[in-house]
Write a protein that binds this ligand. Structure first.
Ligand SMILES: [Zn+2]
Length: 444
């Protein structure tokens, strides 16, 4: 299995630190608003990574944080006159609801900054004690010049970084690149520390949490490509200072989702919140239809195709399920032996093994749908239909597609039998009635 490592800019064989165990961390949301469909891309993708690793019998320890201390939260809390914790609590719940609607697993470790304050302060204090950070008037900065290969992840030369627009100019800092670890302030939510009353900068929370939860370098660190600099570069700098490692062996970054070629932003008014988006599963399908490192573009026109693709999947899946279930021929644990089906399963696994190429995995899934439709029309071999159902379930569960097909009841089976008999006996009015009932239940 190969993963593209952003740190080395190359496709590498995946090897874990511990056998059959993957320790992974993904930067989570700053909880002051609902997430939009662009924010859903890393969420859906890394959930799919987890599902695939688990299907390969890895035990996955998955951690993703909530940034619940931040200037934007404080600003909104002051504007709306709601305490910060109440505000962030509301958006944490909304986030978890969106996750469920997108069929992402929610049983992962979710540390919050407010609950990690002592760890964060201790982490910063240690950096100061070791000479990697310095305090000026109650603010604490990281001393970037002490890290020899600073910029290695984002591949930016230090001079480029300095002239980059994202580096704040501050006369008090030793070096313009030095980033804030602690900010002295009494506005909004604040905390006592040996440096001053204030709050931490954004870049320490992830490394402090990883340090506490894993206690060592992890296998995978994920996030959006926009986080490479400065956030991930600064996480790496602190971990190098503290433990002489780069936080994670594999750094994975997903490309951005744009709206008609323009970056989604509230100020431009081109944001679609996940909670308001009607097509949750087609959205998941759309997000996985392009390789995660490639940029993705949303427009209503292009999305219409994914709604259709989703419906095809849903309809074929349900037809197959009902066909097997209604005549009681659904055999659990069927072993796949048909060569065409085996080939598509192999294509699927090869795609996922090659840097989680979900685009090609979906092509294999479509291959299975094609064989399924052919066999459903020919109405033949129950064994092949069962094998197809096994293959379909395998792919659908790794991609995290949720299809609601209610199990068939005895009454449904009875209706089905009556419909078949009525047809045989040429009682067309009766047959029509039964047929209608079966269609209503979604069985036909
Ligand atoms: Zn982070």
């Amino acid at each position: 299995m190969k993963i593209y490592n952003s740190y080395t800019d190359s496709l590498e064989e995946f090897k874990t630190f511990h056998p059959k165990q993957v320790n992974m961390y993904v930067c989570g949301p700053t909880v002051y608003n609902f997430i939009h469909i662009g924010n859903a891309r890393p969420v859906v993708f890394f959930d799919t990574v987890r599902r695939y690793l688990e299907s390969k019998d890895y035990k996955v320890k998955f951690v993703s944080n909530f940034t619940d201390v931040d200037d934007k939260i404080i600003q909104k809390s002051l504007e709306e006159n709601i305490p910060e914790l109440q505000l962030s609590g509301y958006y944490i719940e909304a986030f978890l609801n969106d996750l469920e609607a997108l069929n992402c697993k929610t049983d992962y470790i979710k540390p919050k900054v407010t609950e990690y304050m002592q760890h964060i302060i201790d982490y910063i204090k240690n950096l100061v004690d070791m000479g990697y950070a310095y305090e000026i008037n109650g603010d604490v900065y990281f001393r970037v010049s002490k890290i020899r290969d600073y910029g290695a992840l984002s591949n930016r030369e230090i001079d480029d970084l300095i002239s980059g627009s994202r580096v704040e100019v501050n006369e008090l800092k030793e070096n313009p690149l030095d980033f804030t670890l602690w900010k002295k302030t009494e506005t909004g939510l604040n905390f006592d520390s040996p440096f001053s009353v204030g709050r931490p900068g954004w870049h320490t929370e992830c490394v402090a949490m990883i340090d506490d939860i894993f206690g060592e370098e992890i296998d995978i660190h994920g996030g959006g490509t926009d986080l490479k600099f400065p956030h991930h570069e600064n996480e790496i700098a602190q971990a190098k200072a503290t433990h002489n490692h780069r936080v994670a062996n594999y750094w994975m970054h997903n490309g951005r989702l744009d709206m008609k070629d323009i970056k989604m932003s509230k100020s431009l008014g081109n944001v679609i919140f996940v909670k308001d988006f009607e097509y949750k599963m087609p959205l998941r399908y759309f997000l996985l239809s392009t390789h995660y490192r490639a940029p993705l573009n949303y427009s209503e026109e292009s999305f219409a195709m994914y709604i259709k693709e989703w419906e095809k999947l849903e309809n074929t899946y349900k037809s197959l399920f009902y066909k097997l279930d209604i005549i009681d021929e659904l055999v659990k644990g069927t072993k796949v032996s048909n060569q065409d089906i085996l080939d598509e399963i192999k294509n699927f696994n090869d795609a996922m093994d090659n840097d989680f190429n979900t685009a090609n995995a979906i092509t294999a899934l479509q291959g299975i749908l094609k064989i399924t439709n052919l066999n459903l029309r020919k109405n033949n071999n129950q064994k092949i239909l069962n094998e197809l159902f096994v293959a379909l379930n395998y792919m659908v569960s790794i991609l995290g597609f949720k299809i609601d097909a209610n199990p068939v009841t005895d009454k449904d089976r009875d209706t089905y039998k009556k419909w078949q008999d009525a047809r045989k006996n040429k009682e067309f009015d009766k047959a029509d009635e039964y047929r209608k009932a079966l269609i209503e239940k979604g069985i036909l």
